[in-house]
Design a protein around this ligand. Structure first.
Ligand code: 0A1
Ligand code: ZN
Length: 845
């Protein structure tokens, strides 16, 4: 019988075309006979008609062995990646057998092999690479799975019914299916739910890695408890399995009862993982676990509704991390990520609404907009309806929609009903792309303080003339001594312009957008004096930090655009904060960090200046040098005060001290040529301190240390990812492309492993902007070469990495020409994947 060809169609799919399936599948019975080159998959699908029409199944790259309906063999019509069945009864059993080759699956979608183990990735449309099925989220079925293989551990979703036999009683869409088979070992624990269910918890890893699982397991238990306490959601199976795999396109996957993780988000020990790794593990374990309710029990009707599960689940994991790690630093960190990734996306050719209306390849829409902006939208909703209204809306959502595949309209209707609020204007947050700009001007006259607010939503691809949005604006007022004279109030701005007036004896200091209550770009020419008062006294940690940020950004932008120097007033303010022993170390570290090169490039572009990547690099370094010089005699003492006595502990309090210590070491390196960093490298007893010292030594231009690092860690894949990345990210800009290029020839560079590919290629594009944007275009050619190479094997990761080009229209004409040449070259390449093809076309449009 004919093979199903890989899907090469570049058709655009539209939200408005959604229609339910005429024939659905209510139960799936699967048998796997695993073999690297010839795995046999038998599927028995219990089918039921729910309307008139044919049944069109999805299949990609399958060798079809047989098809039968109610026991009678048929020869179906197979048209590319679709099998069309006509003249069907109202209820029937569809049986198919196919053959697939997991070993040849380099795309890491469907059933593939990683280090000798079998694993699956089915979101978004990977199930069709395993067997014929209605591969869409609104078809929810129960599953029975049988796995045959000469391997000790055979896992699938649900509860285990015997060796290699699994039953999942909860109806689920195909994208949540998972299978894992291999030589694995578990670290186990148990959890008793609030409903009295005993749940076995296992973290499965390769033998040898079991000493690095305890943090993930602990994070899982804390997540389970948190979801019961805060959202009233209990777990619903007898077992919860987590598996770590080395080759994985994303962070992790929430398959029902069988989460599959990129090993970098599971494995941690003080010697091998940094504080950032620990925080990510905690957050991602929580995220995947929380999906059990927001995603699995209630899923998406179609892929346009992706933010229904992702925005909400990110919001929930952010709440969890705030509870676990402290509100202020977590919130500021989340805002930094949002701005770095989502604001950038929203300002360029890849901008799209939180709920897109069309796509070519859904895998290209696992974006910062869907995830991070999607989470901000939930946060705004909570601000608007209040904590109680939010709880009531969420409770109604769980009660009404459990077991269903839903839309954003379903979600918002629960809040409208539970709180009586009209949320029709709020819906624009899901429909309109682009980051709103909020312009604030203030005036004080005759005892009246007036604020004029204006909002505009910029044009984005396919969207112009946008309507004003609902902006929940949290603000407060301080007096000239820094005392709060008006505590936080939320003004709901709904029009294009608004005015607020206050009768006050003297001009106050405005603390605007407290907690970053709406994801907007704030344009407010606040005076230095007011910003200094906010930095020293504001009650809201975000606006405090933001005031310092604004002061720094202002200076850096003027240094780049006009060659301005750094005034002593600002340097003093920074020094005051750095030496303020009463302030939280984590906050001090955040406040000392200068805006990133990319952030400055975006802001310069936004203010009408063409950003020069080299000038930005030089200005940041000069600013750091000025701060270091001012603090010179304090640095050793300040670093000593950051010491964390006792054994390494990943908790936030210690991590904050290590983070401040690393920031100070970076400053010291600018003064002593790396002497302190070399000593710190030798003294480090954990990977956080070691990486901080390692990157400082590299910054000082000493590359000898890389050989030592390699000799110590070459046996460890995850640590070596750090080694690869650091050398590129911390190379001098002129050397970065050559360093990256040399590393791609290293015996351990395996482009098929997404972590390694991202380490080297991303080390350049994201980690070393001045190096990537080298004026001769070598960085652009390097990226395009590697994208074209990887595209043949792994289109998903390739497409994601291509977003490094998305800011290309910011730059000067020469750089634009150089980048366009590479984009054109990719666009003109025959056989380009649908994934990369769509990205390149959107960036060129
Ligand atoms: N749903 C997962 C993310 C994910 C998405 C797609 C994947 O393959 C294309 C894999 C994972 C999450 O939100 O964690
Ligand atoms: Zn998710």
């Amino acid at each position: 019988m004919r093979d199903a060809a890989p899907d090469q169609s570049n058709q655009t799919i539209y939200l408005r075309d959604y229609a339910p399936v005429p024939v659905t599948v209510t139960h799936v019975d699967l048998s796997f006979r695993l073999d690297p080159k010839a795995t046999r998959v038998q599927a028995r699908l219990t089918c039921a008609r729910q309307g008139p029409g044919d049944m069109v199944l999805d299949g990609e790259g399958l060798k079809t062995i047989s098809v039968a309906i109610d026991g009678t063999a048929i020869t179906p019509r197979i048209d590319g990646d679709r099998m069309i069945l006509t003249d069907l009864p109202d209820a029937f059993l569809l049986e198919t057998e196919v053959e697939i080759a997991p070993q040849d699956n380099t795309a890491l979608s469907g059933l593939y092999m990683s280090n000798g183990m079998y694993c699956t990735q089915c979101e978004a449309e990977g199930f069709r690479r395993i067997t014929w099925m209605l591969d869409r989220p609104d078809v929810m079925a129960t599953y029975d799975v049988e796995i045959e293989a000469d391997l000790p551990v055979l896992l699938s979703n649900g509860d285990e019914k015997g060796a290699g036999r699994w039953h999942d009683p909860w109806p689920k869409p195909t994208y949540l299916f998972a299978l894992v088979a291999g030589n694995l070992v578990a670290t186990s624990d148990s959890f008793t739910t609030s409903e009295g269910r005993d749940v076995a918890l296992n973290v499965w890893v390769r033998p040898g890695d079991e000493g690095r699982t305890s943090y993930a397991l602990d994070a899982l238990k804390r997540s389970m408890l948190w979801d019961e306490k805060v959202y009233g959601r209990a777990y619903d199976l007898s077992v919860f399995n987590i598996v770590a795999v080395d080759d994985f396109n994303m962070g992790a996957m929430e398959n029902k009862g069988l989460n599959v993780f990129n090993s970098r988000y599971v494995l941690a020990s003080p010697e091998t993982a940094t504080d950032a790794d620990y925080a990510n593990i905690e957050r991602i374990v929580a995220h995947e676990y929380f999906h059990n309710w927001t995603g699995n029990r209630i899923t998406c009707r179609d892929w346009f509704q992706l933010c229904l599960k992702e925005g909400l689940t990110v919001f929930r994991d952010q709440q969890f991390s705030q509870d676990a790690r402290g509100f202020a630093t977590q919130r500021i960190g989340d805002i930094m990520t949002l701005r770095a990734r989502q604001f950038r996306e929203d300002a360029g050719p890849l901008a799209h609404p939180v709920r897109p209306e069309s796509f070519v390849e859904i895998n290209n829409f696992y974006t910062a907009t869907i995830y991070e902006k999607g989470a901000e939208v939930i946060g705004m909703l909570r601000t608007l309806v209040g904590a109680e209204g939010y709880d009531a809306g969420v409770a109604l959502y769980f009660e009404r929609h459990d077991g269903q595949a839903c839309t954003i309209e379903d979600w918002l209707a629960c809040f409208a009903e539970a709180t009586g609020r009209d949320l029709s204007q709020f819906m624009l947050w899901y429909r309109q792309a682009g980051t709103p700009r909020l312009t604030v001007t203030e005036d004080f006259n005759n005892g009246v303080y007036t604020l004029d607010l204006k909002q505009t939503v910029p044009d984005t691809p396919g969207q112009t003339n946008k309507s004003p949005m609902t902006l929940p604006l949290a603000y407060g007022l301080l007096d000239a001594t820094g005392t709060e004279i008006r505590p936080t109030d939320v003004f709901e701005m709904t029009d294009r312009a608004a005015r607020l007036s206050f009768n006050l004896p003297e001009k106050p200091v405005l603390s605007m957008l407290r907690g970053f209550s709406a994801p907007v770009v704030l344009e407010f020419a606040q005076s230095d004096a007011d910003r200094l008062i906010l930095l020293a006294h504001d009650t809201d940690p975000f606006t405090r930090w933001e005031a310092g940020r604004a002061l720094a950004k202002d200076r850096l932008m003027r240094a780049v655009a006009e060659g301005a120097g750094f005034d002593a007033g600002w340097i003093d303010a920074v020094a005051t904060l750095a030496t303020d022993a009463d302030a939280d170390p984590a906050f001090r570290a955040l406040a000392l960090a200068l805006p990133s090169e990319d952030d400055l490039a975006a802001s310069l572009h936004g203010s009408g200046v063409v950003p020069d990547p080299d000038a930005i690099y030089i200005a940041r370094r000069a600013a750091s040098h000025a701060i270091a010089t001012r603090l010179a005699s304090d640095l050793p003492g300040l670093r000593a005060a950051c010491a964390t006595p006792g054994a390494y502990d990943p908790r936030a309090e210690d991590a904050g001290k290590r983070s401040l210590s690393a920031t100070l070491l970076r400053l010291q390196t600018l003064l002593d040529g790396g002497a302190a960093a070399r000593a710190a490298y030798d003294a480090a007893d954990n990977m956080t301190d070691r990486m901080a010292a390692f990157t400082c030594v590299l910054d000082a231009g000493d590359t000898e240390v890389a050989a030592r690092f390699e000799a110590d860690w070459q046996h460890d894949r995850l640590v070596m990812d750090k080694w690869f990345m650091a050398q590129v990210a911390h190379a001098a800009p002129n050397d970065a492309v050559d360093v990256a290029s040399k590393l791609t020839a290293h015996r351990d560079f395996d482009p098929g492993n997404p972590n390694r590919f991202r380490a080297v290629i991303g080390g350049l594009t994201a980690g070393n902007p001045a190096g990537f944007h080298r004026a001769d275009g070598a960085g652009y050619a390097f990226l395009a070469d590697w994208l074209l190479r990887l595209d043949k094997a792994n289109p998903q990761t390739t497409a994601r990495m291509s977003t490094a080009f998305d800011s290309w229209r910011r730059f000067d004409a020469d750089r634009q020409d150089l980048i366009r040449t590479q984009l054109d070259r990719m666009a003109g390449t025959e056989g380009l994947s649908r994934d990369l093809g769509e990205m390149v076309a959107r960036m060129l449009a």
